[in-house]
Design a protein around this ligand. Structure first.
Ligand code: SF4
Length: 229
């Protein structure tokens, strides 16, 4: 219930002028192949149950993905990768995420983004990242069983540290460098909390082989192990 209220509040946020302008312009102009669809054109809330032990934090919605469908990672190639992997890991009831009402249900995992609005060139500014980080902080605080935060990409990794600091989580100094499979054991508000890094599921990584399906599967397997330990 509290997550639903948060989702609603996030969906109405207009705190970043550049991103508000971009998300709405994209929703107005549309991509030709989606011209018959009504774009969401607003901030994209997270997806997944409040009893999740794993949070997956991405970068930001894609202009014609989440910004079109209104559901995180839904309707783009990155989503094809992450939801197929969640399904293989037993955390999703289906391997695809096409539109908001396609029956997808997640188990034990909440998927969200460090920045909730689609940015031009998929590149939010540090200021936009910091402006959006309180939403992430509130969302993670509403997951009482949270044990693992799986961060997709260096941008999310950077975004998470002030969020954790604000939550009173003791953090190692210097900050451990982001990398695929990097684990940082922490003590969260509700007990052990592990930060786990993964290369992002962006096409720059998946098309070039920087991130492969076995690599993604391995890091998700590790996340489920940590969540159960
Ligand atoms: Fe609000 Fe975050 Fe969107 Fe900025 S990026 S307008 S803070 S939801």
């Amino acid at each position: 219930r509290e997550l639903a209220v948060l989702d609603e509040r996030i969906s109405g946020c207009r705190a970043c002028p550049r991103l508000v302008a971009w998300r709405e312009e994209v929703a107005e102009v549309k991509r030709a192949s989606f011209r018959d669809e009504e774009y969401w054109g607003r901030p994209v809330p997270g997806l997944g149950p409040a009893d999740a032990r794993i949070a997956v934090v991405g970068l930001a919605p894609a202009a014609h993905g989440g910004n079109r469908t209104g559901r995180v990672f839904t309707g783009d190639r990155s989503g094809d990768w992450i939801f197929a992997a969640l399904w293989r890991a037993g955390l999703a009831n289906q391997p695809t995420s096409v539109h908001r009402d396609d029956g997808l249900q997640l188990t034990d995992v909440r998927v969200c983004a460090a920045v909730r609005c689609a940015p031009p060139a998929n590149a939010p500014t540090p200021q936009e990242r910091d402006t959006c980080s309180p939403w992430l902080a509130r969302e993670l605080a509403l997951l009482p069983r949270l044990r693992v935060v799986l961060v997709l990409g260096g941008f999310g990794w950077t975004a998470l540290w002030p969020v954790l600091a604000e939550a009173g989580v003791p953090l190692p100094r210097p900050r451990p460098a982001f990398g695929h499979g990097v684990e940082v054991p922490l003590t969260g508000p509700n007990g052990p909390l592990t930060l786990l890094g993964s290369y992002h599921v962006s096409q720059q990584n998946t098309f070039t082989g920087v991130l492969t399906e076995p690599m993604l599967d391995a890091v998700l397997t590790r996340a489920t192990e940590l969540a159960s330990s």
